[in-house]
Design a protein around this ligand. Sequence first.
Ligand code: ADP
Length: 390
Amino acid sequence: MDTILVVNAGSSSLKFEIFAAAGSLTRQIKGKMDGIGTAPHLTIKGSGGDRLADEGYPSETVPDLPAAMRLVGQWLRERHEGQLIAVGHRVVHGGPDHMRPARIDENVVRQLERYTPLAPLHQPNNLAPIRVLLEHQPQLAQVACFDTAFHRGHDPMADHYAIPASYFDEGVRRYGFHGLSYEYVAGRLAEIAPGVGDGRVIVAHLGSGASMCALYQGRSVESTLGFTALDGLPMGTRCGQIDPGVLLYLLQQHGMSAAELQDLLYKESGLKGLSGISNDVRDLLASDNAGAALALDHFVYRIGLNAGLLAAALGGVDAFVFTAGVGENSPVMRARIAEKLRWLGASLDPRRNNAGELLVSNDDSKVAIYVVPTDEELMIAQHTLAVIAN
Ligand code: ADP
C-alpha cells in the first residue's frame, strides 16, 4: 500500500500523519513528538484512535528537531507497513514567488532558507526535517506546501505597505498565512454549497493562531495577516494589529531589545496578555474574572471590525465560515461573533448553531453562515500526491 507522510514541524514539536494513497486518501496514523529538547514525548495513534506509541525520552536523546525526525523515521521504518512514496511538509513561508507547492531539491531548500529572516521562528524548524530526509533518504520525494501560497493571487497593490517601495522589492510585503486551511475550506465549500463557494466569502480561522480571509470565487483576495503571523486579529498569545508607534515607544522608552519585543508580541500578548489568565478560549469562557471577559470581548470586537474590512475588500458578503479550534467547537463564541455581523444581514439559527450543523444561519439570513472543519494535513497530502503525479 502506497502512503504519504505529512510533516508539520514547530519550535518544540513535530506533528506527523500518514495517509494511505489508494484512490482517495485515508488517514492511518497521527503522531506527535512534543517537548523536544526539554521533555520529549512521542504519542502515535491509529485511525481508530488506538494508541500505537506513548513514550517519553531523555532530553539528550531528542535534543532538537533533526533528532526527532530521525526517531520518528526509525519508528515508521520498523512499525509502519505501507510503502512511503512521498513526504509533504508544511512550510510557513514560500516568499513572494511560490504560488503553489514545490517539489523539493537542494536548490529549493537553499531558496527557502533565504526566507528565514521573514519567518525566523518558523522557517528553520520547517526546513530541519526536510534537510534530514534529503541527507538520509535522497531518493524519497519531498514536497513543500506553503502557508503563504494561497494568497499569492492578491492584487499586488493590496500587498504593499505604505513605506518606500524599495522595501517591497526586498520582500517587506503582506503575505498572509493559514493558506492551507483556507484552501481546504474553499474546496469543501465548493462541494457543500457550490453557488455560495463561487461568491464573496469571509472565512474566520479561529484557533490558537487566528486570522480571516476574504475569498472571491474560491480564491484569496485579502487576508488579515500580513508580513508576519502577528498582524490582524489578537490570537492566543500574539498581539494582532498594533500601531507601530507602540513598538517605537517600547524600544525607546522601555529600552526593550528586539528579542524582548519579539517575546512580548509573540508569546505574552493576545488573549493571554489581555486576560492575564490564559491563552485558551475555554479557560476564559469558564472564568468569571474581569480580565477574561475583557479578552473575549476584545477578540469578538476585533473579529467584527475585520469582517467589515474584508466585506469592503469584497464589496459585500454572501457567506461567513467558521473554522479551526474556536470556530469549530464553540457555539457560544460563534453566537457572539455572529451578533457583530448582524449589520451585514447575517442571522444565526440558535438550534443549528448549538447542534453544530454545517449551515448555522437561519433561512432568512442574507449571509449564509457555515461551520467547516479544516484539515490542513489532508490538504498537504493532496498537494503532495498531485505534485508527485506530475
Ligand atoms: P492550533 O492553532 O494550535 O492548530 P486549534 O485550531 O486546535 O489550534 O485551536 C486551539 C484553540 O481552540 C484552543 O486554544 C482553544 O482556545 C480553542 N478551543 C478548542 N475547543 C474549544 C471549545 N470547545 N470551546 C472554545 N474554544 C475551544
